[in-house]
Structures are given as structure tokens and as C-alpha cells.
Ligand binder design. Structure first.
Ligand code: ADP
Length: 398
């Protein structure tokens, strides 16, 4: 029998990203995006090989969009699907790995919804719709938080009273787990180590950004916390601020909680610092033209990232390598060089030519001789979701 097929689904409140993956392949057979769902301009875009197509689906909801996917998947699948793998943002403390979805799992995802009110309800809508449309196939849930469930209490507890942890689940969870795990596994392959072994620092730098300390395929600490706001400077998110900022803005400006939440999540980060854009490409261009805000945003971004990475070394017994990934990490020699320049204390140094010349989209090493490895590894969360879904089906008792 040929290698198994997995349909990977990532549902947002008004969008569905999907990819049909064949076990062991590096590229999907077909992938795409249904967007602006439940609006007159809802549409489905997809790509198979080099062919890109779009179909309008005015007013389509999640289920209609998934039903529209059925014939497309049928066209590209030469055998029945083995699994449908769903990305779920928050698994709370319920999930330490991938799970086969049943009613109990759906309820547990629902129970974690107060911790991710924007994401989990949308993930659930997608799962329920997909279970109706693909009703003969096992469905699996892969959680952004699950990889970080290996963090020890001294890394995941806030210095807050115990009852807030016990009764409200107030603790650090971490996100982007699928990506951190994927790139650290790829790094061990790249350096010829046994699969999943090694002591790594990872920097996932996309619109959301997080860093992680990983030892032998286990997350030991990460920069995001109860929610994906904690930690690094991001596209529009502030990352760490003094927690008293809420009280200060309320007293000084009369701002209420939604106003401050909006500030910290949508108006801050690279956008707030630069006054220009949340997009690193735009900021790099503006920086070259001498735009002071763009320069400041880049400097703060890199310094705060380096500070986080240096802090995370406290979780590791040694350092086998630093890994850059995500749209910025994979594509920006400037950000990689500026960040590593703050990490001399760890013996890290970038080879300028290797850093500049690494082809986009390719994995490679960019350190100077004598430095611990510095790797650039394109992330592939869909591939990791497909692999974890199949591993779950292969597990005894599945
Ligand atoms: P998401 O978190 O939405 O998946 P991505 O991983 O695609 O985001 O990362 C988006 C970020 O990557 C944006 O800030 C974008 O400007 C940045 N980026 C993409 N290509 C480049 C590039 N060539 N140079 C610098 N930044 C880049």
C-alpha cells in the first residue's frame, strides 16, 4: 500500500487553512485557504503543484466550505484518508500530546476556551463541521500547548497565590509547540544526532513570536505564558510589560480593560514601536532609508529576543544549537545577525557570508567556526500535525 494520507485543518473564526499530506512527503498534495467565511465575499483558494485556483463561495460557513473541499481532496487522494488532523490552540493541562477526538476531548477543548477565547471556539466549530463532512475518518487534535506540558513547575508557575492556579488554571502554558518541536527534531537530523536528541534554543519569529528551551524533545521553558501575549516583541503584540501598566493606564487615562487589551494585542509590538508597520519586510526597508521608528523597532525586537534566549539557557545543561524559524527567522539575515550580536556571552557568533547567502526556504547552518551551531530551519507545522496524527494511530491501544 502507498504511504498514508492525512488532511490537516487549522480553523479560525472566519477561515480554514487546509493541506493534504502524504506520509513522508515534504510538500502537500494540495493546500489552501477558505476565508471571509459567513460573508458575501467568502472564497476558497487552493494550490496543487504550481497550479493556483480560486472559487467564490458567497455566504459559505465552515461546513459549506469543508463540503466544497471534499471533491478537491477526492481528486488528489489516491486512497481513503487515514486521519484528519486539527490544530487546536489551547489544551490547558488536559493534553500532553496528540489526542483522538471523541465527545470527551471536545468537552475538554471547550473547557479550555476561557484561556483562549478567540481561538478554541473557532477550532471547535471547524472540528465539529469536519467530523460531519469527513465522517468515516479518525479525527485527531494537536495542541499548540501540549509540547510545553513537560515544563517543570518552577518554569510554569507564576508567583501568585496557589488558588489562582488550582481553581482558575492561572499558569504559564506556552504556544507554538508544534513548530518548536518540529524544528528541534529537524536540527538533530541536520547535525547527525539521534532523532529528537539535543539541547536547543529555538526562536519562532512570525507575526506571533516565541522562544523555547528544548532538551531531548522536551520543552523545558518558553517565552509565552497564560496567553500568547507574554514574552517577545511581536508584530502587533507588546510582549512583556510591567503588569502594573493596566492600573497605570486606567488611572492616568481612564482606559478600561478592553481598551488596554486592544492596545497590548493589536497596537503595540513592531507596529507600536515603529509607528509604521507590523511587517518586518517593510521595517527593514524603512530602516535602510533611515526611518528612526523602524530602526528602534528592529533594535528592541532583537535585544529583547536575545535577552529571552539568554534567560532560557538557565533551563539547559548545555547548548547544542540556536535555531531560527518562522517568516522572520527564516528570511531575515539582519534580524539573525543583530540578535546573535547580543549573545557573545554564550560564545555564539554568525558567519556573515553564510548568513547572507543561505537560500530562502532552505535549512542550513550560519555560525562561525568555534561557535555553537546556529541553524535556520523552515518550520512546517502541518507536516508535524500529520506526523503526530499518524503516530497516534500507530500507538498501541489507538
Ligand atoms: P504567521 O505567524 O502569520 O505564520 P509568518 O511566519 O509568515 O507569520 O511570518 C510573517 C513575518 O515574516 C512578517 O513580519 C514578515 O514581514 C516576515 N518576513 C517574511 N519574509 C521576510 C523577509 N524576506 N525579510 C524579513 N522579514 C520577512
Amino acid at each position: 500500500m502507498s504511504s498514508r494520507l492525512v488532511l490537516v485543518i487549522n480553523c479560525g473564526s472566519s477561515s480554514i487553512k487546509f493541506a493534504l499530506r502524504r506520509e513522508g512527503d515534504s510538500q502537500p498534495l494540495i493546500s489552501g485557504l477558505a476565508e471571509q467565511l459567513e460573508s458575501p465575499s467568502a472564497c476558497l483558494h487552493w494550490k496543487a503543484g504550481s497550479l493556483k485556483q480560486t472559487r467564490e463561495l458567497p455566504g459559505a460557513d465552515h461546513q459549506t466550505a469543508l463540503t466544497a473541499l471534499l471533491p478537491l481532496i477526492g481528486e488528489h487522494a489516491d486512497q481513503p484518508l487515514s486521519a484528519v488532523g486539527h490544530r487546536v490552540v489551547h489544551g490547558g493541562e488536559h493534553f500532553t500530546g496528540a489526542s483522538l477526538i471523541d465527545e470527551q476531548v471536545l468537552q475538554a477543548i471547550e473547557a479550555s476556551a476561557p484561556l483562549a477565547p478567540l481561538h478554541n471556539p473557532a477550532n471547535l466549530i471547524g472540528i465539529r463541521a469536519a467530523m460531519l463532512v469527513f465522517d468515516q475518518v479518525p479525527h485527531t487534535a494537536i495542541f499548540d500547548t501540549a509540547f510545553h506540558q513537560s515544563m517543570p513547575p518552577h518554569a510554569y508557575r507564576y508567583a501568585l497565590p496557589e488558588n489562582l492556579y488550582r481553581e482558575q488554571g492561572v499558569r504559564r502554558y506556552g504556544f507554538h509547540g508544534t513548530s518548536h518541536r518540529y524544528v528541534s527534531r529537524q536540527a538533530s537530523l541536520l547535525l547527525g544526532k539521534p532523532s529528537g536528541s539535543g539541547a536547543w534554543l529555538t526562536a519562532h519569529l512570525g507575526n506571533g513570536c516565541s522562544s523555547c528551551a528544548i532538551l531531548d524533545d522536551h520543552s523545558l521553558d518558553t517565552s509565552m505564558g497564560l496567553t500568547p501575549l507574554e514574552g517577545l516583541v511581536m508584530g502587533t503584540r507588546s510582549g512583556d510589560v510591567d503588569p502594573n501598566l493596566y492600573a497605570h493606564l486606567h488611572r492616568a487615562l481612564g482606559w478600561d480593560i478592553p481598551r488596554i487589551e486592544n492596545l497590548l494585542n493589536r497596537e503595540s509590538g513592531l507596529l507600536g514601536l515603529s509607528g509604521l508597520s507590523n511587517d518586518m519586510r517593510t521595517l527593514e526597508e524603512a530602516h535602510k532609508q533611515g526611518h528612526a521608528g523602524a530602526t528602534l523597532a528592529i533594535e528592541v525586537f532583537c535585544y529583547r529576543l536575545a535577552r529571552s534566549l539568554a534567560g532560557l539557557t538557565a533551563a539547559l545543561p548545555r547548548l547544542d544549537g540556536l535555531i531560527f524559524t518562522g517568516g522572520i527567522g527564516e528570511n531575515s539575515p539582519l534580524i539573525r545577525a543583530k540578535t546573535v550580536a547580543h549573545l557573545q556571552v554564550l560564545g555564539l557568533s554568525v558567519d556573515p557570508a553564510a548568513n547572507q547567502q543561505l537560500p530562502r526556504g532552505q535549512a542550513g547552518q550560519i555560525q562561525q567556526a568555534g561557535s555553537p551551531a546556529i541553524l535556520v530551519i523552515p518550520t512546517d507545522e502541518e507536516r508535524q500535525i500529520a506526523d503526530e496524527s499518524l503516530a497516534l494511530l500507530d500507538a498501541p491501544g489507538a
